[in-house]
Design a protein around this ligand. Sequence first.
Ligand code: HEM
Length: 402
Amino acid sequence: MTLSTESHDKPTVPDIETDPYGFFEHMRRAAPVWRGTLMESDLMPPELKVAENWTLFDFESVFTAFREDTVFASEMYNNTIGLVFGPTILGMHGKQHHDHRSLVSKAFKQSALNQWEPEVIDPICDQLVDEFKDDGQADLVKALTFEFPTRVTAALLGLPQEDLEMFRRLSLDLISITENIEAGLNASVELGTYFQGQVDQRRSTMTDDVIGDLVAAEIDGEKLTDEAIISFLRLLLPAGLETTYRSSGNLLALLLTHTDQLQELQADRSLIPAAIEEGIRYETPLVLVARNTTRDVEMHGMTIPEGAQVNLCMGSANRDDKRWENPNVFDIHRPRRAHISFAGGIHSCLGMHLARVETKAMLNSLFDRVTDLQLLDDDDTKIEGMPFRSPKHLPVTFRPLA
Ligand code: HEM
């Protein structure tokens, strides 16, 4: 594979969406700091396109960029997803980010998670598997991995049960915005109106749920505005729901194709946390995120100019052999070293503990109810996509446990 390290063009690697990892390995060696992009977005209005696009491939550079948030800033989100979602925490920095994050964090505090796990998350996952366990077969993406984060998110937000169908439809439209812009934009508006109604209800009668916590959250007399709450709620769909459904689909796909490790996990549930981390390292649901440089910056002997858009390629950093031995092997027993799929620095994932708890509950509910899980041959079961990756379907057969 020969690639110009000076190229501006998306490389014509034939299988970049299907299997980018060979290309990533090549880039970590040949051009870990590369002037070029994998993501030529058709959604970006021409006036907002930047002259310089760069991509970081090795762990050290990606990690450094996450940490150096004043140089690798995230304000360009305000001109991309911000146009659809409204101003979100992702595009904020400094005191504004700190204050806003402190406010929304109140809704995701550890004590809430401890309560949600047995009261909300476990029962939802149990009920979901009960719905299909006697059928002997299912598409685990449709029946389980998309469905459990949708139901958990709706329940945690405190949405009425009868709104679940609408919430599912709008969530799907919003996160599919790159495939259907019009449907995505409509969903964003509809969700905005819907969430405004939910916020208004809580302003008159307070409820014990995430939206109630966001309405009540206060630091030094400062409260979140309605606009901030609604933008945050919209953000939770791609940030929380989509990532979790894709990462759990990836983990199931990996286990179903590494059946020795699947059997070990079924026999010894204490391995589940390690399996979740390894799944997220090996096949991150979100391959890269973007930053914009606020000044010229030197990395690996290259000068990234001020005003460049820089993609931090977490999918590549997670396979860096300077950090992991045999990084291209999926191994739930590998010595634990933190991966970078939850980002780092001030924007590190706010929902990582929730994602872990949800995924553990999903696996436990499945393993408690079915056995002999076997993946049916199907092309759509491959993990693919860029920048989001996961299998489209996971058709399986199984035997219900008594
Ligand atoms: C496996 C599942 C997940 C993955 C891989 C993931 C990954 C990430 C990444 C990479 C970022 C940083 C984005 C950037 O800096 O550009 C992020 C931020 C964030 N995530 Fe997650 N996420 C996951 C689950 C969740 C869940 C369940 C929630 C719901 C609460 C959530 C909420 C957020 C929020 C609010 C931010 C923005 C934080 C900030 O800007 O300060 N994520 N996540």
